[in-house]
Write a protein that binds this ligand. Structure first.
Ligand code: CO
Length: 291
């Protein structure tokens, strides 16, 4: 990895780490979800960095891919298990990091994903397989009486690309990719009191452009113009405005120009925690950029 690339990853990581800490400290019972999301996203811009994706803020059985809606009236409530997942990019180099705030009384669940993450990071070095990392994560979470979310994974990072190889499973799998020096990836264990399998919820707030194709509908063209500077990175419905956003989004999804990211949830009434760091594999271990 070139020095300039490494430095961009490290600086993105420092910014993300600092702002995630500030953001999680803003989460309190009766506080506005929209205010927290907007404040965190504004802080990233203030630091001269970009958002690799909209701030993900997912509650309780929702594991990932939720964020505030436009004018979101929701407030945090006592008992909420709040996952905050932040992606910062500098020149396209991404830091992806997440933490859980427990507004109830489930410290073991929060600990499970956090300790699984730490144990997996401690195991990273060239030659280890992603299957072995998954086994470590599964062991830490199941050892505390919870289920790892089997169909959510950590992921390789590349310039302007959030989800590349390798995939880092949260459960033991046979084989998997062999970790190599210079790889950049995020590890993100999720621990659940539910089934450990997430499925699509009806709610969709996050989208990503996946193709360049001509489209005639003005409302759709306006959205594409508005998100051009995302360089293919995800964006939130909340970032768009105008009366014709819904028809524009629907048209673009139908034309396979946009990919929609539904909220991913476990069973109703369950609770999910998450922890995530980004790291770069070194000759004898890992440099965690988001500490
Ligand atoms: Co991630």
């Amino acid at each position: 990895m070139k020095d300039t690339v490494l430095e961009a990853y490290r600086e993105a990581g420092r910014v993300a780490s600092r702002i995630l800490r500030e953001g999680t400290a803003m989460v309190r019972v009766d506080g506005s979800i929209l205010s927290v999301v907007e404040a965190v996203e504004a802080r990233v811009r203030e630091e001269g960095a970009g958002l690799a994706f909209p701030l993900n803020l997912s509650l309780n059985e929702d594991a990932a891919h939720d964020t505030a809606t436009p004018g979101d009236p929701r407030v945090f409530r006592k008992g909420d298990m709040v996952k905050m997942d932040l992606g910062v990019q500098l020149d396209g180099y991404i830091a992806d990091t997440a933490a859980t705030v427990d507004l109830g009384d489930n410290p073991r669940l929060v600990e499970a994903s956090r300790e699984a993450l730490e144990a997996a990071i401690a195991r990273v070095r060239p030659g280890v397989t992603t299957g072995e990392l998954g086994a470590v994560i599964q062991g830490e979470i199941e050892g505390r009486g919870f289920r790892p979310v089997a169909n959510l994974t950590g992921h390789g990072l590349d310039r302007y690309r959030i989800h590349g190889p390798p995939t880092i499973p949260n459960i033991a799998i046979q084989g998997g990719a062999v970790v190599q020096e210079g790889m950049a990836f995020a590890i993100e264990p999720f621990a659940s009191t539910g089934t450990g399998m997430v499925s699509d919820a009806p709610r969709i707030q996050i989208f990503q452009q996946i193709a360049e194709k001509p489209v005639r509908l003005p409302a759709a063209r306006e959205i594409l113009a508005r998100v051009k500077d995302r360089n293919g990175l995800p964006f939130a419905r909340r970032w768009l405005d105008g009366p014709r956003v819904e028809i524009g989004l629907a048209t673009l999804v139908r034309a396979s120009i946009l990919h929609a990211y539904p909220v991913l949830h476990d069973t109703p009434g369950s609770l999910v925690s998450q922890a995530e760091h980004t790291l770069i594999v070194t000759a004898d271990g890992a440099l965690v950029t988001t500490r």
